[in-house]
Design a protein around this ligand. Structure first.
Ligand code: PMP
Length: 432
């Protein structure tokens, strides 16, 4: 029966298969597994690639940036020039259009949205927090931590479907044209979390030029995986800041990224790129928040990564470690679930995730069933606003952290659980 369409199997065949799979499940259970495929973390081997960065600054060397700033001291609220020069290239902006922060871009996103709530983002418009209602568009499945920020700040989230080339623009354009309480949208435009989707040029253009009823509408463009390719033919993403300028809305977009998955997630450099006008008003407020970021870490990063070309070489080493893990997961999904008409999954060219869609109404049960025998997956629903997947079908697989051996076990367990729950679903109440 393996490889044949489950929806075409008879009840008896499905029941036999269920029995067989249940035995496999019990076998795994007896192994007392403790495996975690839940978060997109680099594995220790990936972190090793950047260890030399720690030896780069010596106590007998001058810790001076090219603009003369003593990196040990206070100052330079937007980061050191050589780091801006390097990281501006990643996002395709000028050094006047970028602010470097501390170790976390998520933190910069939170601060940016918090400042919008407190002070607004445009002269003459109300602080968002003073309005009776603020709404954000949330292409989904998406990044759970974006949604958590909205939930905490009491911003109402509107779920937008993701298509193969980006979010459903027809719906977005219709909504923003009519509702001025819609102030923004979350986007992970390249190798999206979790689908691995890269927005097409058309989607980037439509986002940049769409008419919004809110004059202070903002795109939160989280380009976290912009240099994180898994193939030699990387996806290309159109430059949205340039597109917004062309469209006459230069201040519409905040772009974010970080070196979290280039060097060290706990100790990287975060970046925010936007129009010069936005940079200048953010810098004024940022100067109240802090006297400046960790410039020593920025200097270390530039001296280690050196240039965009060298950074790309470094990313190839990252890919060499994690690509086999993606391939392993994809291979097992194909072998165990292929042709059975019970699941579809993404085959990403980059990023950190594989997104698996089960039959409707199965994801929660699959994740619970795997958890019961020691395999931790991201909570079902986490990839949707309020943790509610309307079709209860999306499971996010994060293959980078486990070892190949652990991954093989974990994906086997997952595939057994998907099949068991699918059969249960297909047969309705007639199975225990
Ligand atoms: N954005 C996305 C889409 C992510 O997947 C992650 C990490 N999982 C982050 C941001 C976090 O970035 P940082 O470490 O810079 O806070």
């Amino acid at each position: 029966e393996f490889g044949t369409d489950f929806l075409k199997l008879g009840t008896d065949q499905l029941k036999d298969l269920y029995q067989e799979l249940q035995e496999k499940y019990n076998e795994f259970k007896s192994q007392n597994l403790k495996l975690d495929m839940s978060r997109g973390k680099p594995c220790p081997e990936q972190l090793e690639l950047s260890m030399e960065m720690l030896d780069i600054l010596k106590s007998d060397e001058q810790i001076i940036a090219i603009d003369g700033a003593d990196c040990r001291n206070y100052g330079g609220v937007d980061g050191i020039l050589e780091a801006k020069e390097l990281f501006a290239q990643i996002l395709g902006v000028s050094t006047k259009e970028i602010i470097l922060g501390g170790n976390s871009s998520l933190n910069m996103m939170f601060d940016t949205l918090s400042r919008a709530m407190l002070f607004g983002v445009r002269k003459g418009e109300m602080p968002w927090g003073k309005l009776p209602k603020v709404k954000f568009l949330c292409p989904s499945p998406g990044y759970d931590r974006h949604f958590a920020i909205c939930e905490l700040l009491n911003i109402e989230m509107i779920t937008i479907d993701m298509n193969h080339d980006g979010p459903d623009m027809d719906t977005i354009e219709m909504l923003v044209r009519e509702d001025d309480s819609i102030k923004g949208i979350w986007c992970v435009p390249k190798y999206s979390n979790p689908d691995g989707t890269t927005y097409s040029d058309e989607i980037v253009d439509r986002l940049s030029c769409m008419k919004t009823k809110a004059r202070d509408f903002r795109i939160f463009w989280d380009d976290a995986y912009t240099v994180h390719h898994l193939t030699d033919t990387p996806d290309q993403l159109k430059n949205i800041l340039a597109a917004c300028k062309t469209a006459g809305y230069p201040n519409r977009v905040y772009m974010f990224s970080s070196t979290s998955k280039i060097t060290f997630p706990g100790s990287g450099v975060a970046m925010l790129a936007t129009s010069e006008e936005n940079v200048n008003s953010i810098k004024k407020q940022l100067g109240i928040q802090t006297i400046g970021p960790d410039k020593i870490n920025q200097l270390r990063h530039v001296r280690f990564l050196q240039s965009l070309d060298n950074l790309n070489v470094h990313m190839k080493k990252q890919a060499a470690i994690i690509k086999p893990k993606f391939d392993l997961v994809l291979h097992h999904l194909e072998v165990d679930l292929g042709g059975k008409n019970i699941a579809v999954w993404s085959k990403p060219n980059g990023g950190y995730f594989i997104s698996l869609n089960t039959l409707d109404g199965c994801a929660k049960e699959v994740v619970n069933m795997a958890a019961q025998i020691g395999v931790t997956l991201t909570n079902a629903g986490a990839t949707y606003p309020y943790g509610k997947d309307p079709r209860d079908r999306n499971i996010r697989i994060a293959p980078t952290f486990p070892s190949i051996h652990e991954l093989k076990l974990a994906i086997n367990v997952l595939c057994v659980c998907v099949q068991l729950i699918s059969i249960k679903k297909i047969l309705g109440g007639s199975i225990r």
